[in-house]
Design a protein around this ligand. Structure first.
Ligand code: FES
Length: 131
């Protein structure tokens, strides 16, 4: 069921209705899953790394409109970026999502934030291994 338009910003609504980077990512370097403790939904974030950059990203989620929109915006924000650049961009995305959605949906964007933070930690760990 489509969410009620007035509850969401135009940007969030657009990413929910037209999610970017939804589906499997071929040759993913990392695939990280997060379950939402509040509702039981989940998300898998996949990234492909090359030369220290996130060259591609995709997500699969059984989450609601806010989760799908947030994941879509996050994947757009991290593609082509270094981990540091991506971290900054995602902070901006999360601020916009939280401004553009109802308070009681914060656990949905939190789930995406959690999977992103786990992914970022894994990217940094890989970078350390590569030396
Ligand atoms: Fe489960 Fe939003 S209701 S992620």
């Amino acid at each position: 069921m489509a969410p009620e338009r007035s509850l969401y910003s135009d940007e969030v609504m657009d990413h929910f209705l037209h999610p970017r980077n939804s589906g499997d990512l071929k040759d993913a370097t990392l695939e990280i899953e997060q379950v939402n403790d509040v509702c039981g939904d989940n998300i898998v974030l996949a990234v492909r790394l090359e030369a220290g950059k996130i060259i591609d990203a995709a997500f699969r989620s059984l989450g609601c409109a806010v989760a799908v929109a947030t994941a879509s915006m996050v994947t757009e924000a991290i593609k082509g970026k270094t981990p540091e650049q991506a971290e900054e961009s995602v902070e901006g995305v999360l601020r916009r999502v939280r401004k553009g959605t109802a308070e009681d949906k914060s656990h949905c964007s939190n789930m995406v934030e959690q999977v992103w933070k786990k992914t970022l930690a894994a990217i940094r760990a890989l970078g350390k291994q590569a030396g």
